[in-house]
Ligand binder design. Structure first.
Ligand code: KG4
Ligand code: ZN
Length: 341
């Protein structure tokens, strides 16, 4: 089964064709980050307008790269929630138009669910081998510009929220700290590369622990980094600040993830979302996974940030349960992926 995926929930316009939920035939990502960098963050109205310009050429390119036409596509998967409402509307309107013209079914996909399914796409150039797919139940750490959640995935389409952030998302923290340090946008990749030549123990930044819950809070760390940068009396280099800030985030993310594994009996750990591309987080997750004897899966960096291949994969598993929507499909700005555990 070939699914055309469409993703426009934030500042990436993306379309992809994926076979049987795992084999990427094409994955075209038109990033708008250059457009938003001078504002230091995504401007929703600017993003919507750019999506309108990019969506049709992006879909055409994804079909051409996959050597497909709409006649050889079986369904359209589209992110309709959560996200910037004006941005979501562009992808959903495109999906509905194609469905109206061709009669193809539309499968609505939750953006966080799509990020998790990037872990079903890490199987190279052949169709996924059932024996190497992630073991369920899985503890999913989804860390992006808008989310920092620990989600227990019981099975396809079945999720419970174990923990979430009480304030900033991890990606937002990277972006805001980078802005305070006078670096560019998005801040995550810049801090990641600076941190490689810094000392992670140079500055002792706070690691928040919220009582008995595994919820995250990054606003204290953000304030500490901003204050440190403003009053940098000992003139630490930005490499040391980046490495110390990154280490503080990584310690909390890894610590809470494996505490959640212990509390729930999850059989594997799946990392997803833009911050999953962070090299420090990847190394620490793999290290903790081998010391706890729990398999850890992390998508390739290009599949960690927003893309439509992950949407097509999630839609494939939703299709398997005969879930599709009508032309009255709506967009939702905010909706949890499942109940709180
Ligand atoms: O998943 P994503 O593309 O969009 C959302 O759904 O939010 O995530 C974007 C976020 C940005 O905050 C960006 O700074 C962060 O992911 N990010 C990183 C890295 N690459 C992207 N954060 C830390 N290290 C990275 N290498
Ligand atoms: Zn995302």
């Amino acid at each position: 089964m070939r699914i055309l995926g469409i993703e426009t929930s934030c500042d990436e316009t993306s379309a992809a064709v994926v076979e049987d939920g795992g084999l990427i035939l094409s994955n075209v990502i038109a990033s708008q980050s250059d457009l938003h960098s001078r504002f230091g963050g995504v401007v929703p109205e600017v993003a919507s307008r750019r999506h309108v310009e990019l969506i049709l050429p992006t879909i055409d390119e994804a079909l051409a790269k996959a050597k497909c036409t709409l006649e050889t596509i079986d369904a359209i998967g589209v992110v309709n929630r959560p996200g910037l409402i004006g941005a979501l509307l562009v992808g959903v309107a495109a999906a509905k138009s194609i469905a109206f013209a061709t009669g193809l079914p539309i499968v609505p996909v939750h953006h966080i669910e799509a990020h998790i399914y990037a872990n079903w796409l890490t199987f190279g150039q052949s169709a996924p081998d059932q024996n190497t797919l992630p073991e369920l139940p899985a503890m999913c750490l989804v860390v992006s510009g808008g989310h920092s959640d620990l989600i227990l995935m019981h099975g396809h389409g079945s999720y419970e929220i174990v923990a979430r952030t009480r304030d900033d998302a991890a990606g937002e923290l990277f972006d805001k700290c980078a802005r305070a340090m006078g670096l560019g946008y998005p801040g995550g990749p810049i801090i990641d590369s600076l941190a490689k030549s810094g000392n992670p123990a140079a500055v002792k930044f706070p690691r928040a622990k919220l009582g008995e819950t595994l919820d995250f809070s990054f606003s204290g760390l953000k304030t500490a980094v901003i204050r440190f940068v403003q009053s940098n009396n000992d003139e630490r280099g930005s490499e040391d600040i980046a490495a110390s800030m990154q280490q503080a985030v990584v310690d909390v993310l890894v610590g809470n993830t494996f505490a959640a594994v212990a509390a729930t009996g999850a059989k594997s750990v799946l990392v997803a979302g833009g911050v999953a591309a962070n090299s420090g987080l990847q190394a620490a997750m793999r290290h903790a996974g081998s010391s706890h004897g729990v398999p850890v899966t992390i998508p390739r960096p290009i599949l960690c940030t927003d893309n439509a291949a992950m949407v097509a994969s999630a839609a494939f598993y939703r299709m398997a349960k005969c879930e599709s929507a009508g032309l009255d499909l709506d967009c939702i700005a905010s909706e949890p992926i499942g109940p709180r555990r």
